[in-house]
Ligand binder design. Structure first.
Ligand code: KG4
Ligand code: ZN
Length: 341
């Protein structure tokens, strides 16, 4: 028998994602984003996101099937993000997945969004190294996780105590007059900038902070430092060197992220670091992590940028892994759980 065909649905935030995966092979990854509708608000508006998911769901499923050249009836299992995320947005995906599971008479697997960000890597680099240290950095979270078996869950070692890394990128971009979401714009601006132009603070890295928050992050102080610096520059009447500030800010974020990820891996005796989430698309983070980890004999895996941001393929990838490891499907009445750990 050929490997099972799994359809994955992701609606935890502002992307309606539908992916089709057979084993570790990606067949389709259709994403409809409502990001433009949120841009004028400077952040994701939950009600707008839910409505957009509702409108995009059926066309996105159809597009995925068309790309993969499969019919819905060929699907062997449905996987869906059950949390964490925006409650209303999750409910649209979970309802669609249940409808498909009932209509097709196929099992449904409710999966954890964070574990899916980890599992997606096997579509690109093959079987996951387990245990591995996963660093998930996105607009909603910044966590260091120990992953022993991705189908069972992820164990948090540390997380942000205030803003998520992506949120910091978005807020600083706004300060610099760059569009939302700001990460890709800062990434691009930073390539033309001087990363040692301003020595911005590295949150939770003092000896005292490390005692209590060794694997935690804090980015709100950094954001405030950038705001103060920009304000002072504007008051002086001199132009703000956007590229240099972007590069210096990005350097501070990447420095802390890579330092703590490597420290966590070493402490856990883990030789593989996997980076996921939207911020993993950052070119400086990828380069710095690879360089610093290699110096310590640690391997780094980062999926290609298109797989790092939210998508349905990651959910399908984790669903396929659950099928192949013989995990029990979820009940048909399993709830969307916005506060899933
Ligand atoms: O994982 P994701 O698509 O959605 C969730 O938040 O769950 O991540 C989106 C975040 C946004 O904050 C965006 O600014 C950031 O990822 N991002 C980046 C880059 N591309 C996306 N941040 C830094 N550099 C990038 N190249
Ligand atoms: Zn995400």
């Amino acid at each position: 028998m050929s490997e099972p065909l799994v359809l994955g649905i992701e609606t935890s935030c502002d992307e309606t994602g539908v992916g089709l995966v057979r084993g570790h092979t990606l067949l389709a990854d259709a994403v409809a984003s409502s990001v433009d509708e949120h841009a004028r608000f400077g952040g994701v508006v939950p009600e707008v996101a839910s409505r957009a998911h509702l409108e995009a769901m059926v066309p996105t499923i159809e597009r995925a099937c068309e790309t993969a050249g499969v019919r819905l009836h060929d699907v062997d299992a449905i996987a869906v993000t059950s949390g964490p995320g925006l409650a209303g947005a999750l409910m649209v995906g979970v309802a669609a997945a249940k409808a498909l599971a009932i209509g097709l008479g196929k099992p449904i697997y409710g999966v954890n969004h964070l574990a899916a960000h980890v599992a997606v890597d096997q579509l690109e680099h093959g079987p996951l190294p387990e245990p591995c240290l996963a660093m998930l950095v996105s607009g909603g979270h910044s966590s260091l996780l120990r992953v022993t078996d991705v189908t069972i869950g992820v164990d948090p070692l540390g997380a942000t105590i205030d803003d998520a890394a992506g949120e910091a990128f978005d807020k600083v971009a706004r300060l610099l007059g760059l569009p939302f979401p700001g990460g890709p714009h800062i990434d691009r601006a930073a390539r033309e900038g001087d990363s040692v132009y301003v020595d911005f603070p590295r949150g939770l890295t003092s000896r005292r902070d490390l005692e209590r928050h060794r694997f935690d992050f804090s980015f709100s102080g950094l954001k405030t430092a950038v705001a103060r610096w920009v304000e002072a520059r504007e008051r002086s009447g001199e132009p703000v060197p956007v590229n240099d500030v972007a590069a210096s800010f990005q350097e501070a974020v990447c420095d802390v992220l890579t330092r703590k990820a490597i420290d966590a891996a070493q402490t856990q005796g883990i030789e593989d670091i996997l980076i996921g989430g939207g911020v993993a698309a950052n070119s400086r983070l990828r380069a710095m992590a690879e360089e610093r980890a290699a110096a310590k004999g640690i391997r780094v895996r980062v999926p290609r940028p298109g797989l790092c941001t939210d998508n349905g393929a990651m959910v399908a990838a984790l669903g396929a892994e659950m099928v192949s490891r013989g995990r029990t499907p979820s009940a048909l009445d399993h709830p969307a759980d916005s506060s899933l750990p």
